[in-house]
Design a binder for this molecule. Structure first.
Ligand code: DUC
Ligand code: ZN
Ligand code: ZN
Length: 482
């Protein structure tokens, strides 16, 4: 069995930093070696000779990132997300994410099992890193509810419902209660897209009829009240049924306040946010103009829930709740669309702009910026990017931590390095997009080396992995529930 030693670095688990070497045997972590321990001495004296040694002096050694919200090649808004499983997971590898959880999609008239099989076929043999699935249920009925138990047995243990997108994905309250009752009985986790879709549709039609057709109005027609109301309703229905609830991509501080209140009352309610909601805003991004695109520039940041007004204080509140634990995990909701031929579908009508931002490559770096700015501790950085998402979705132990027996998914991270985001001279990204939501951003920190199950897939020379390396991971039930 191949042995590898990561030597001289500081291991950061959610508990914080410790000076340790990491010994990897085959695909798993064999041992953490404290300086001066018998094994460390044996390695350093040459009595034990690993096949490969990675020098991590001055570096953090952290668990591979776990991004529990991606949409590779997702059909949406008359087109499909521009990253395939191959290009998107390669970009993830560049950025130190070694596990993604993507969404299989079922809509009206489709069999859940057939749709999951379709997503397996898209991903199999194409992924640079390990992958798992959630199931979107866009048509809650007797058949799809029955399918839940079957999926749980096959390692798909979380189900996303939508309170938005009427006629496409929306479940009405009765359907939500039925799905939640099923989840309360079978241990599944309900993930909720919490925005009041029917109300948003009225606001959108009104804006368009009044000539407010630019991307900025994607934001103004999805005001925080529509997110807070839906979040409150989802929490109440979860309380009624006893189902655990994970509210995805929370962006409104008022919605988060409802999550925090429910958690304080002891309910199994969890929230996720994304880097774009922490850093970007309605004013600066959705309201942006450029020489190339004019006011349509803002289309780059059209996603749902929307980026929110900085003047309303959402970003600061999200950071605060992230630090205190009311936001459990940070994902990317990676759902990239190019401007040309994709976002452009919505020129003159913002409601036709495909919703989504690409960012799977940048999450670890962007969140490390939170450490640099004293918004997060080192341990909390690893917690929100690696351990907590793994635990939330039944992966922890194998993923999300560096410990004996865990998969050797490891990132060697240089805190003194430097990363420039975007496209163009001196910058590059590896997502299949013709623009970057993070154009021009420069931050401290750099992903130096990435291991996936003991194999180096990214080093100083760049990506050195292969598309067939990533394997499907069967997940257990959420480890956050008692
Ligand atoms: N939101 C997005 O921005 N894109 C995909 C689906 C979603 O809910
Ligand atoms: Zn969503
Ligand atoms: Zn999503």
């Amino acid at each position: 069995m191949t042995t590898l030693l990561i030597h001289g670095g500081t291991v950061v688990n959610p508990t914080g930093p410790t000076r340790q070497d990491v010994l990897v045997e085959g695909e798993t972590v064999a041992a953490l070696l404290a300086p001066g321990s018998a094994l460390a001495t044996a390695v350093h004296s040459g009595a034990v000779r690993p096949d490969r040694v990675i020098d991590a002096t001055g570096r953090y050694v952290i668990p591979g990132g776990v991004d529990v919200h991606t949409h590779m090649e997702m059909p949406f808004g008359g087109t499909r997300a521009s990253d395939t499983f191959e290009t998107g997971t390669r970009a993830a590898a560049w950025g130190g994410t070694t596990t993604i959880v993507d969404f299989a999609v079922q809509t009206r008239g489709q069999r859940v099992q057939d749709q999951l099989a379709l997503w397996h076929a898209k991903a199999a043999g194409n992924c640079a890193v390990d992958y798992a699935f959630h199931q979107i249920i866009g048509d809650v009925n007797d058949e799809s509810l029955k399918a839940m138990s079957e999926l749980i047995d096959s390692g798909v243990t979380s189900f996303k419902l939508f309170m938005a997108y009427p006629g496409v994905f929306l479940s009405d309250d009765g359907q939500i209660v039925r799905a939640m009752r099923a989840a309360a009985g079978n241990g599944a986790l309900i993930m909720m897209h919490a925005e009041n879709g029917p109300v948003i549709d009225v606001l959108v039609r009104q804006a368009l009829s009044e000539g407010r057709t630019g991307p900025y109005h994607h934001g103004t027609t999805r005001p925080w009240q529509t997110e807070q109301e839906a979040t409150h309703r989802a929490i109440m229905l979860a309380d009624l049924t006893g189902a655990p609830l994970y509210v995805v991509h929370v962006s409104a501080r008022q919605a988060l306040a409802r999550v925090a209140e429910a958690r304080d009352a002891g309910q199994n309610v969890f929230a996720e946010t994304c880097p774009h909601y922490l850093y970007l805003s309605l004013e600066e991004q959705l309201g942006a103009r450029s020489a190339q695109w004019g006011e349509f520039e803002g289309a780059k940041w059209v996603c749902s829930t929307p980026l929110r007004a900085r003047s309303e204080g959402h970003q600061e509140a999200l950071w605060r709740h992230l630090r205190t634990g009311d936001v459990t995990a940070v994902s990317t909701d990676h759902c990239p669309f190019c401007m040309t031929d994709q976002k452009e579908l919505g020129r003159g009508d913002f409601s036709r702009i495909p919703n989504g931002i690409g960012g799977v490559e940048h999450r670890l770096d962007l969140m490390f910026q939170g450490v640099k700015e004293d918004r997060l501790s080192l341990g909390r950085w690893v917690e929100v990017c690696c351990a907590a998402p793994a635990r939330m979705f039944g992966l922890y132990g194998r993923k999300g931590v560096i410990a004996p027996g865990a998969d050797a998914d490891i990132v060697v991270y240089d805190p003194d390095g430097h990363t420039s985001f975007g496209l163009g001279p001196g910058r590059s990204h590896h997502m299949n997009m013709d623009h970057s939501a993070w154009e021009g951003w420069e931050i401290d920190g750099h992903v130096d080396v990435v291991l996936s199950r003991g194999t180096v897939i990214k080093d100083e020379s760049g990506y050195v992995g292969r598309p067939a390396h990533g394997r499907f991971v069967r997940r257990g039930l959420s480890q956050n529930l008692i």
